[in-house]
Design a protein around this ligand. Sequence first.
Ligand SMILES: Nc1nc2c(ncn2[C@@H]2O[C@H](COP(=O)(O)OP(=O)(O)OP(=O)(O)O)[C@@H](O)[C@H]2O)c(=O)[nH]1
Length: 801
Amino acid sequence: MSKHRVKNVGYDDEDYDDDGYDSPDPEEQEFLQQCTTAVVEQLRAGQPSVTASKEEIQDALWHYYNDVEKSVNYLRGKREKEMKKQQTTATTQKPKGQVPAYPAIDTRPMAHFSAADFFRDCPWLNVPLHRKSEILVEPLYPRLGLLGGAPEAAGKVSKLAALAAKRNKQKEGDKASAGGETPSTPQSEVSDAPPEPSKLSSLRERLAATSKPSKPSEGLAGLRRTEGKPATPESSIIKTPMSPEPDPDKAEAPPVVGAEDSKDRAPSEQAASDMRAPPSMFASAILGDFPGQTAAEPSHLHSNSVDLLQIYGQKPAEPYDFTDPSPDDVVLNAQNTAKGFKSQGAGPRAGAKKAQSDVTNGMNNLSVEEKVTVKSKNLDVLAEYNKSKRKKSANFVVIGHVDAGKSTLMGRLLADQGAIDQRTLEKYRKEAEKIGKGSFALAWVLDQGSEERARGVTIDIATNKFETNTTAFTIVDAPGHRDFVPNMIAGASQADFAVLVIDSNTGKFESGLRGQTKEHALLVRSMGVQKIVVAVNKMDTVQWAKERFDEIQQQISSFLTTAGFLARNISFVPCSGVLGDNISRRSEDPQSSWYTGPTLIEELETSEPYTHALDKPLRMTIGDVFRGGVQNPISISGRLDAGSLQVGDQILTMPSGESAAIRSIEVDGDTSDWAVAGQNVVLNLANIDPIHLRSGDVICRASSPIATITTFTAKVLAFEHLMPMLIDIHRGRLHVPGRISKLVASLDKASGAPIKKRPKIVGPGTVARIVVEMDQAVPLEAPTRIVLRSGGSTVAAGLLE
Ligand SMILES: Nc1nc2c(ncn2[C@@H]2O[C@H](COP(=O)(O)OP(=O)(O)OP(=O)(O)O)[C@@H](O)[C@H]2O)c(=O)[nH]1
């Protein structure tokens, strides 16, 4: 070790001389020698018994920058501590054998300490008696008894420990009287008394007797033999559950105890050991003779677990054969009895019997739920659909800024169309008035949730149906609040067209434009909606002013055409949801006489029948999952995006990959044997656990499953600046976190041709091709409309390519 103290050495190539770096300077060497002599002299002058080696002194000098006084103080303190420790060890250990004196401090250079040498004669903590005081340290605290109670050696014994000890004693007594064996030492005596020298020496003798290397195949059997002496409680065979019971017919067979070779063992014993695999090297080394042990090595170098336990004053745990209640059961029963509960398994073998019957019953009960067989009528669904005289159907989503009057307007529509009876309406009115929200009575037709009613805000989409003479409509009422845009996206994904509700009230229209009016319109367009009906609502608040209507119409239509709606697919209706004017009937207010166009319902009816991909592979996004019905325990709802299905069909749910049988189908609330794309259905399922069904999952067939992907390329319209960033990907009810990993190109809006490749950033209003990565695999396939959101706002929407 160098005695240089090196500080902040700059390891320049030129300065750094590897050879000479560690060689001490002769002058420094001389100075060090002088200091060493000074320290030795001072140590001798103060206390002649305190000495130290040259190495120790020079180490101290190095630490204290050659300060002789500090080094002397340090060495004296160190010596004192060592002496104290030595004295304490001597008094607490009370060694019975000869304990070598603490080696005198040698002034010669100290040889390097080797742990291997120090512990050479005591591997695996099998410490020879004369080394015990050096190596074994008494535990600081007495070992705890049963369940943490005080050990008996500590004097005071807990009630539970006493009970356990009493039971053990009784058991030992019973064994002795039954078998005529030498009664074993009571557990308490064995476990708490320190190891006796006689036991240890007997242990050494026993191990010496078994020091002959055993064959690997004997390894585990070897664990079971002890020494070549008559059986004593300590040396009795360790019973394992695998051990066969001794055969009374072969009582004359050589005793297993002490047998050194397999041929000396009882045949049943031999057979059992032959069936066992040889122990691993580790097991052999830890628990007994190991294959590599040589005859030259003393056997006490290789201990086994029993000996280790004995060294530490513990009785080796008796193997528990499960015929009696376990020690824990005994204690628990005692506790229960004390509390007045009925004792469990008190009788012999009762615990084992109970456990066995529990397991048997459990196994019997553990049957997989019987598969339900659902018969299929094997219908030609498309032929059935063409034959059916059903009205054309249309889904529309109601969108607009918060409080524009969407729910009220739809409530009015449902009431006027007879989809809701007057009594229910009256009930809603009274209840709404009770909590001071009388003006929301009509909105309550759609806002069914208690939180929605209390707050007067739509939170989730609500679906309702009504029929006119020509069409069966499904209303999807979407929330207007920006916090619930993901729910609005889910609603929009089910729509054929949209009704945009505008609050014409002064100031409200303008704030709506800055709010969700534009965002919603853009979203529905991005999701493929082509037709939009604009309900200019609350016209009663502006006295049916034509100018206001014209102003709104002009601003909104210019925005909608920019967003991609064709002028012929945009229509405007001035109305009042609260009063019902121009909803299902014409307004009778003279101030509205300037409007001669269609009512809202007439406008809705002009919608063309929508074509759906009936002959494509089955696809349905799960909107909701219901469970609990007696007849139909698991049901899912949603709109069939493509294909058809019928009762008895086997379907596949993705991404879980689980299959299910269709038990029954409801189309628009009526039971049906089949359903086709475009219809809103409730599917009652069998043979599937609901944990495999989540809203946003996709139903398909095993013959044409939808792929689950983690990355995709999409053509999107940017609503905000886009760059590689974290986003949420929305598709109907499905939304997963992910990131834009690459901007491939910005595109020409009309032709879709690339304008700029690999842009660093894409501005709002730009169409771009991007690569998106998702955090989890989801069922998505092209062409699918997706929406990308970030930080609570919509940043882009488009088509998965
Ligand atoms: N004066 C007047 N008030 C209306 C009209 N339509 C709705 N309101 C009121 O506007 C408020 C909001 O109506 P809602 O139907 O809850 O509005 P909403 O757009 O559904 O609200 P969210 O779904 O939460 O976005 C209620 O107090 C209605 O009474 C209308 O035509 N005239």
